[in-house]
Design a protein around this ligand. Structure first.
Ligand SMILES: Nc1ncnc2c1ncn2[C@@H]1O[C@H](COP(=O)(O)OP(=O)(O)O)[C@@H](O)[C@H]1O
Ligand SMILES: [Mg+2]
Length: 167
């Protein structure tokens, strides 16, 4: 049984491998920066949580941590925003407005999930059955003025990534 308090993840959900409180935006960015050095090409990372939960902020933190200084746009309209970084390719997907699987062909979608690239996926639930399975699942929740985050690994590559994080 879990001792629940305000802002905890769903009490019926299994305990994530890592669970943290992120009191302010800077903490979401810092978590991204902490993850960045441990991202290996080929990883698929799902970013889940309601609108405003901090998914794009976390993606921004990851990109900053990988040395990207430019603007990190929300890819809502384009479905995917590509980044060529010194160490790897990163594709940031957002399926919030996604309804038609045929859009994916046009977005050159499948080729992005390859062994040379890291893929960050917002709203993976909207493209279930189309998007490849996750190595790491990150779930953000609004908790008062801050956020609660749970990180979980589904594969060995995902576990190798998360084992570097402090609990
Ligand atoms: N840990 C946090 N505490 C408080 N506000 C946060 C935190 N992380 C992100 N935010 C804020 O939440 C808002 C929505 O963030 P965003 O990343 O766009 O959400 P999403 O992509 O999940 O819709 C932004 O104004 C951002 O600054
Ligand atoms: Mg977003």
């Amino acid at each position: 049984m879990r001792i629940g308090g305000e802002g905890n993840l769903d009490d019926n959900a299994p305990m994530p491998l890592i669970s943290r409180t992120l009191p302010a935006e800077a903490d979401t960015l810092a978590l991204g920066a902490e993850l960045a050095p441990h991202l290996q090409p080929g990883l698929v990372i799902y970013l889940s949580g309601e609108l405003g939960a901090g998914k794009t902020t976390l993606a921004r933190g990851i990109l900053r941590g990988l040395g990207y200084d430019g603007r990190v746009k929300s890819p809502s309209f384009a479905l995917v925003e590509p980044y060529k970084l010194s160490r790897l390719y990163l594709y940031h997907f957002d399926f919030y407005r996604f309804t038609n699987p045929r859009e994916l062909g046009e977005a050159g979608f499948r080729e992005h999930f390859n062994p040379e690239s890291v893929c960050l996926v917002e709203w993976p639930e909207n493209a279930a059955g189309v998007v490849p399975a996750a190595d790491v699942r990150i779930e953000l929740k609004i908790a008062g003025a801050g956020r609660q985050v749970g990180l979980d690994a589904d594969t060995e590559a995902g576990r190798r990534c998360l084992k570097h994080l402090k609990h």
